[in-house]
Design a binder for this molecule. Structure first.
Ligand code: FE2
Length: 201
């Protein structure tokens, strides 16, 4: 069983029954990760695993702080003994640092989990921010609008998303252009150099 298959089984066990809507979203985020695997090369399995697991911290049985990137990453580290790179991606996914600052958890997040690689962080942002809450494909601008609509103006998520929106949009733009310039699958596949996405996170 490869890493992504294990991640799929783990995410299903955690999310499918208690949070079916979140599970639908997660399945589509993982499918999006599969679509960008040609630009990820040997990191495709890791990124797909992170896509499966990025929201497990929402599950009631994992929630401790109420900040799902940190709760999910701690569970993966402490219970599943997951790969460090995978835990970092989950801990820092989709603008988590800004939300940690709003929640007063930035010291815990930063002390426990170093940031993930910037190109993989951008790739995970692309997958998450082009997938709606029910799993539908969605433009990043609409995704950000939907998030703002779900939280009151003073909520930490609303305040964080206002700060991280430019970074999230830039990441989606970078990955979209990397995909557009990538050779078709029938041609030899090349990994996108980390510098291509360096400005995205
Ligand atoms: Fe998500």
């Amino acid at each position: 069983m490869d890493l992504a298959d294990w991640a799929q089984d783990t995410a299903r066990t955690i999310l499918e029954e208690p949070l079916p809507r979140r599970w639908a979203h997660t399945q589509s985020v993982a499918a999006q990760a599969r679509t960008i695997s040609p630009i990820l090369g040997r990191d495709a399995d890791l990124l797909t695993a992170a896509a499966w697991l990025h929201d497990v911290g929402y599950a009631p049985r994992l929630a401790r702080t109420g900040f799902h990137p940190l709760d999910g990453a701690r569970y993966l580290r402490d219970v599943e003994h997951a790969d460090q790179s995978l835990c970092r991606l989950v801990a820092h996914h989709s603008g988590a640092l800004a939300e940690a600052e709003e929640r007063g958890l930035v010291d815990e997040l930063s002390r426990e989990f170093r940031p993930a690689r910037r190109d993989l962080t951008a790739a995970l942002i692309f997958c998450d921010m082009t997938t709606g809450p029910n799993g539908q494909r969605i433009a990043v601008e609409q995704r950000l609008t939907d998030i703002r609509a779900r939280y009151a103006p003073g909520h930490p998520v609303s305040k964080a998303i206002a700060r991280s929106a430019p970074q999230l949009t830039a990441a989606v733009t970078c990955v979209t252009s990397a995909l557009a310039s990538h050779p078709r699958p029938q041609h030899r596949q090349r990994r996108v150099p980390a510098g291509v996405l360096a400005g995205a996170s």
